[in-house]
Design a protein around this ligand. Sequence first.
Ligand SMILES: Nc1ncnc2c1ncn2[C@@H]1O[C@H](COP(=O)(O)OP(=O)(O)OP(=O)(O)O)[C@@H](O)[C@H]1O
Length: 276
Amino acid sequence: MPAAFELTNVSVERSGKALLDDVTWTVAEGERWVVLGPNGAGKTTLLQVIGATMHPTRGTVRILGEKLGEVVVSELRTRIGHTSTKVADRIPPAESVQDAVLSAAHAVSGRWQEEYDEEDLARAQQMMGEWGVSALAGRTFGTLSEGERKRVLIARALMTDPELLLLDEPGAGLDLGAREDLLASLEVLAHADDSPVLVMVSHHVEEIPVGFTHVLLMRDGKVVAQGPLDTTLTADNLGTTFGQRIQLDREGGRFAARRAAYGRRANRSPETGETA
Ligand SMILES: Nc1ncnc2c1ncn2[C@@H]1O[C@H](COP(=O)(O)OP(=O)(O)OP(=O)(O)O)[C@@H](O)[C@H]1O
C-alpha cells in the first residue's frame, strides 16, 4: 500500500517548548488510525501538521505524495478533510447548516458570492443525508447542539471527497446516546471501501470505533508506541502514556479502560479477559 502520509523525525517548537519531539510515523492507504494521549501531549499539533496547516521546525513531511515546503498548501488542503473546534469556530453562527456544508466546495467558512452548481448542491445534500442532518439544513449553525455540530462538521469535511479525513476529538462533549450514534456512523465510514484514510484524535479508548485498525500513543510530544490496535493498544502502553496503571478490557471490538485496582495485574488479555 502506498503511504498516505509520512513524517520523518518531525519536531515542532514554539516559545522554546517542543510540542512535537522527533515524531516518525507512516500511514498507508486504507488504514484507520486513532491518536491517543493525555491533555497537552501534542495530538492537535500533530493533526495540524498532517492537515498542512502547520510547518514543522525540523524533519520531513510528505502528505498524499507531496512534500511540505515544496507544494502549494492551499491546493493540498483541498484534498484533506479536517474537523476540529478551530474549524467550527470559523463558521459564522448565522450560517445555515446547508451553507456550512456547501461552502466547503470553495474552502470558505462563510458563504458569500461564490458560485455553486447543481452538483455541489447534490453532494452537500447527500453528505447531510449520510450524516443524519438533512432535517437541520435550514437551521443556523450557531443554534446546533454539540452532537449536531459534530455531524455537520464531518459532512462538511467529506463534501470535497477528501483522500484524508482528520477528526480532532469528534466525541468530545457528546452525551452517551450522541456518542454511540456518532461511533456507529464512524464504524460505517471505517468499513467502507471508498472512505478516505482516517485519523481520529481522542482521549478515550471507549471512543475508538469498530473498524479502526491502528493506534498512535503520545505523551509530551513524543510517540510512546504505534502500530496495529490489536498488538499496540495494551494496558502497559496505555499506562506509560497516561502515567497510571491501567486495566484494559475489550468486548465486541470496543475498548474500555480504567485505573487498575491496587495490587492487581494491569494486563488483561483483550481476547479472553483473563489477567496475565
Ligand atoms: N504557540 C504555542 N506556544 C507554546 N506552547 C504551545 C503553543 N501551542 C500549543 N502549545 C502547547 O503545546 C502542547 C501541545 O498542545 P496540543 O494542543 O497539540 O496538545 P493536545 O494533545 O491536543 O492537548 P488536548 O488533549 O488538551 O487538546 C500544550 O502544552 C500546549 O499548551
